[in-house]
Design a protein around this ligand. Structure first.
Ligand code: IPD
Length: 281
């Protein structure tokens, strides 16, 4: 059966590749760094330029579609996910990596209809890896199908997580106490790529068993979340319920056994939801 969203997905792949060229080019020059909610919440002109490039190009092709973009929300646009076709854009996921030339940065584009992610595109710009997932039709990296790891034992797993940009002492204590328990299970290892989108692609690729984080935003995870489920993995909330992409909390794992073993170690908290913030926290 013909795919209703094939044209939109093809467009997303093309524009993500073009955006990736802009990111790579910017990495060769000076990067003017600005801050948003705090001194460690960074943004550059390239984030803003790439987001505009993507939004303009999608608007020309699909004028009725809506947008949630990291930098547009930071500039005061609402972060509302309705049932209308909506593009959820992180122009540079891994902005801190980009600023420091730590070589993992991604352009992340998720596309939702009726609040469900229909397709996700994550372009890992420096690795030149194009990850694409289409709901019900699988996940791929540079055309090769992705499949999660079949490991069921957390003690034989690699777990990915991030500290994010929250430095509230209570939140930091909870993040460390959770991490301490996971490290001491013990797991084989803990990693951080510095980009939620790539972390999710690592789960989808079977390179790691799980990723969890509290504090991410919908634009960090919309596209990568579909990569995980289409590669056979699971998404849950950090308390074990259904994942809610606006809640800023996620556990992505190869299977329920591993996800459950992580959830049992977590000392959770609830940052303000994306859809209740006037602008990007
Ligand atoms: C950040 C990255 C990072 C995660 C943060 C995100 P940004 O996104 O995904 O890995 O720890 O929570 O905000 O700001 O680079 O788009």
């Amino acid at each position: 059966m013909a795919d209703q969203w094939q044209n939109a997905m093809d467009h997303a792949v093309a524009i993500a590749r073009k955006a990736g060229e802009v990111v790579r080019e910017a990495l060769r020059g000076d990067r003017k760094v600005m801050t948003k909610s705090s001194s460690i919440d960074l943004v550059t002109q390239t984030d803003q330029k790439v987001e505009q490039l993507i939004i303009q190009s999608v608007k020309e092709r699909f004028p009725a579609h809506r947008f949630i973009g990291e930098e547009s929300v930071a500039a005061g646009e609402p972060c509302d996910l309705t049932d209308q076709p909506t593009w959820i854009i992180d122009p540079i996921d891994g902005t801190t990596n980009f600023v420091h030339a730590f070589p993992f940065v991604a352009v992340s584009i998720g596309f939702c209809v009726d609040k469900k992610v229909e397709f996700g595109v994550v372009y890992s710009c420096l690795e030149d890896k194009m990850f694409v997932a289409r709901r019900g039709r699988g996940a791929f990296c540079n055309g090769e199908p992705l499949k999660v790891s079949d490991q069921e034992d957390i003690k034989r797993s690699i777990v990915v997580t991030e500290f994010g940009s929250n430095r509230d002492p209570d939140a930091v204590d909870r993040i460390f106490s959770s991490l301490r328990k996971i490290v001491c299970l013990p797991v084989h290892g803990v990693r951080s790529a510095g980009t939620a989108a790539i972390n999710l692609c690592l789960v989808a690729s079977g390179s790691v068993e799980a990723y969890y984080e509290i504090g991410i935003h919908v634009w960090d995870v919309a596209a990568g979340s579909l990569m995980v489920t289409e590669a056979g993995g699971v998404l849950l909330d950090v308390e074990g319920g259904d994942v809610d992409l606006m809640s800023r909390r996620i556990v992505a794992a190869n299977n329920r056994a591993v996800a459950g073993q992580i959830i049992r170690q977590l000392n959770v908290f609830s940052p303000p939801r994306d859809d209740t913030l006037p602008s990007h926290e």
